[in-house]
Design a protein around this ligand. Sequence first.
Ligand SMILES: Nc1ncnc2c1ncn2[C@@H]1O[C@H](COP(=O)(O)OP(=O)(O)OP(=O)(O)O)[C@@H](O)[C@H]1O
Ligand SMILES: [Mg+2]
Length: 306
Amino acid sequence: MKDTIMFCGKGGVGKTTCAAATALHYAAEGKETLIISTDLTPSLRDIFELENDANKEKPARITKGLYLDEIGSEEVKEMWDNKFGAEVYEVFSSFVDIGYAEFIDFVASMLPGIRDEFMVDYIRELSESGRYERIVWDTAPAGQTLGLLRMPSIVNAHLKPAPRIYAKLRTSKKRKRSILEVIKGWDELSTKDIDFLKNGVEFNLVTIAEALAVRQLDGIFGEFQSHGLNIDHIIINQVVTEPDSSFLQSKASMQQSYISEIATRYRQNQRIILPLFPYEIKGIAKLKEVESVLFSNDYSVSPYPP
Ligand SMILES: Nc1ncnc2c1ncn2[C@@H]1O[C@H](COP(=O)(O)OP(=O)(O)OP(=O)(O)O)[C@@H](O)[C@H]1O
Ligand SMILES: [Mg+2]
């Protein structure tokens, strides 16, 4: 059972909007739901119209059964430090002379990949904790997010020769063993993260019916496939469904040709059309309208099975 539902896609296509509407849906069904963002410039608080100084606790409660967690870059650094900092430092400082605080800064700024892996790991732990019945995962625009999906397998591959290298280091036997144990621990962690992405996460790709967005789909699908991951649904957002002016008619017919192209190229993926609303989508009442389309009873176009 996939309890984590991720939304990805290029910038500004409606990932956060779809994620927020989906989270509301599950909470309304009575499921304890967490909406979490790995976008370092997150906008969930805005879309739910949470005052900045209200609900400071983490996760913040939005409504009954619905909680929000946004991970900013400082928090990532702090959480990473708490969980891995000392271990990684032990390995690193065995061959580089560096102070601990400096090392943590270095990791946070120079190795975004480690930060990405940490985010996947953080969400996996949340999922395994069983604290929530649904975790809705809002992501940063496609580029960064694909890096995030790639990370566990890169770490995994890089760690393969590590024991051989460390075995040659001139350190004491005891220290060598502890380093090898640490490396083994990371290796197992990366394997767990890969399994989580494969078996625990449902992926929804949000796009719009325009040339650039459609052209990028192939690349995104290719990336997912190369990691053995499937895209469960394609959400085509901001589609003009009531073209009552020549301006909108022209836009609608342009969109229809891209919608047909998507339908032909990705016929095996379930597709959902989300109309362009005449207002911005902010606050629970507006999000409910998005939810009603995403979860319409017509399962041929609905994102989720009954
Ligand atoms: N179907 C829609 N109709 C009208 N406005 C929409 C629709 N979908 C999204 N929007 C608006 O488009 C803007 C961008 O949406 P959103 O923030 O969800 O995109 P995003 O993909 O999360 O962006 P980013 O890549 O910056 O995180 C918001 O102002 C939102 O209200
Ligand atoms: Mg967003």
